[in-house]
Design a protein around this ligand. Structure first.
Ligand SMILES: [Zn+2]
Length: 466
């Protein structure tokens, strides 16, 4: 039966073999060894400490980002990885200003804790206008000219009922990204957006990227911490015509040169087949980018270290890419995919970690049903390590262009993202609390081992083109 299926696949040519594999006793011993190595001799936590404390936050174009590139290259070389190189890219260079002030003009004026959203233009000096609260982009359209000359306050909270907090984020983030465009189309002069977090009394505003649209006036956009969003809501509920002032001075500089940092172990049997693993090296310019995405960076590097420490020789090339500029442009991911296409490089799989350094639960798989079944076939082997989640879904922003760009050598590339427990991710996401101290050593190490185990299994069982 199995034989005939394989022959069938050969007959029809260019198909990948995602037939179910039976894992062996040797696999379970190897996976055990991988977890032992990560938990006993792990270096990811120390690497994360160094990235967070010696480099710090690192938004594209900044001195921090430049330092992070040097750090990434140096750390990979120190690990004894045979091939380490930089891939040049052009990145945007947006800078937060030194003025970020919002005041609600109640009889006792109240300072609102805000952060300028990434990409926002400056306010023309200090502006003052009435605040109008809305819960959706549609509501802005319904209000129409009633919001002309006003400041729009988007206050729809993240839905607490979802078990995956990423679903709640996805259900809300349109306000942050498109809020300014929608409001400007109706003549508003600025927007203030409730922070994307499930913390009900959050003290820090959470930044993140926002967009503009050609032909629509660019108006300033800021996020407000949830405690102040609630206070603002309570004032607006009882008093009409309430005004606020806003004063921010961010700056958009010309693009600058930067780099993806790449390290790889050449495959012993099929060096031309590449498994890419990665996270993004840049972070927002607040906190230390510890969970987002320092964790993904050190997860990925640690895969190479673990394989080397175990003296395991992969059949395919295992390539770590520390992507630059995921947060505000994804030029690292787009450029990597473009080069793969130009050079006809055969990426057979890609694994991304960009959901924090929390306890791993499984993988979100972007691929066909067969591919999802293929990965889920490893469940019994990996479940003892807490990895029970194998579902079709988004893999990651950095690797996504590999699949979008359908002309690369392998159009059916198997892609997946590590899925850690998500309950606390949005406590830290894009704010001052995303620091090294908020990452747990064991949880981080379990993530390293989980990706390494998956890479080992892909290397062994992902037979491409027969
Ligand atoms: Zn990220």
């Amino acid at each position: 039966m199995r034989y005939s299926l394989i022959s069938l696949l050969f007959l029809f040519g260019n198909y990948h073999l995602y037939a179910q594999k039976t894992t062996t006793k040797q696999d379970s011993l190897l996976v055990r060894q991988i977890f032992d190595e990560a938990l006993v001799h792990g270096e990811s936590y120390e690497n994360l400490r160094s990235l967070c404390k010696d480099v710090g936050h690192r938004l594209s174009g900044s001195a921090g980002a430049e330092k992070a590139v040097v750090w990434g290259e140096k750390t990979l070389r120190k690990m004894g990885i045979d091939t380490v190189y930089l891939q040049e890219i052009d990145v945007p260079f947006w800078e937060r200003g030194d003025r970020e002030e919002a005041v609600l003009l109640t009889p006792e004026p109240r300072n609102l804790r805000i952060k300028t959203l990434g990409g926002s233009v400056a306010s023309p000096g200090k502006i003052q206008a009435e605040v109008v609260e809305v819960n959706s982009l549609d509501e802005v359209t319904r209000l129409g000219t009633k919001i002309k000359g006003k400041i729009v306050f988007y206050n729809r909270p993240m839905d607490p009922r979802n078990i995956s907090t990423f679903d709640s984020y996805g259900g809300c983030v349109d306000q942050r990204y498109w809020g300014a465009v929608q409001a400007a189309e109706q003549g508003a002069i600025a927007v203030i957006v409730r922070s994307m977090t499930l913390l009900e009394e959050g003290h820090h505003a959470h930044t993140g990227s926002m967009g503009y649209k050609e032909g629509v006036t660019k108006i300033p956009a800021v996020a407000v911490c949830t405690e102040d969003a609630n206070a603002l809501h309570n004032v607006l509920r009882t008093q009409s015509g309430m005004e606020m002032t806003l004063d921010i001075n961010p700056r958009e500089n010309p693009d600058v040169k930067s780099f993806n940092v790449i390290g790889e172990i050449k495959g012993s049997e099929f060096p031309e087949r590449i498994i890419t693993i990665g996270g993004h090296l840049d972070s927002w310019d607040v906190g230390e980018g510890a969970h987002d995405d320092g964790a993904g960076v050190v997860h990925s590097m640690e895969v190479l270290r673990i394989l080397k420490a175990m003296n395991y020789k992969p059949k395919c090339t295992i390539r770590v890419v520390l992507f630059m500029n995921e947060e505000n442009g994804n030029m690292g991911g787009k450029t990597y995919a473009k080069i793969m296409k130009q050079e006809n490089q055969n990426i057979i799989a890609a694994v991304e970690s960009d959901r924090g350094g929390f306890s791993p639960r499984g993988f979100s798989i972007r691929g066909t049903d067969d591919q999802v079944d293929f990965v889920a076939g490893f469940r019994s082997l990996l479940e003892p390590y807490g990895l029970h989640f194998y579902e079709k879904g988004f893999a990651g922003v950095d690797i996504n262009p590999l699949a979008e760009d359908l002309n690369i050598v392998n159009p059916d590339i198997l892609m997946m993202g590590l899925v850690p427990d998500s309950q606390r991710y949005f406590d830290f996401h894009h704010n001052d609390d995303d620091v090294f101290e908020n990452v747990n050593k064991r949880e981080l190490e379990l993530g390293c081992a989980s990706i390494t185990a998956m890479v080992y299994l892909l290397d062994k069982y992902l037979n491409v083109n027969g």
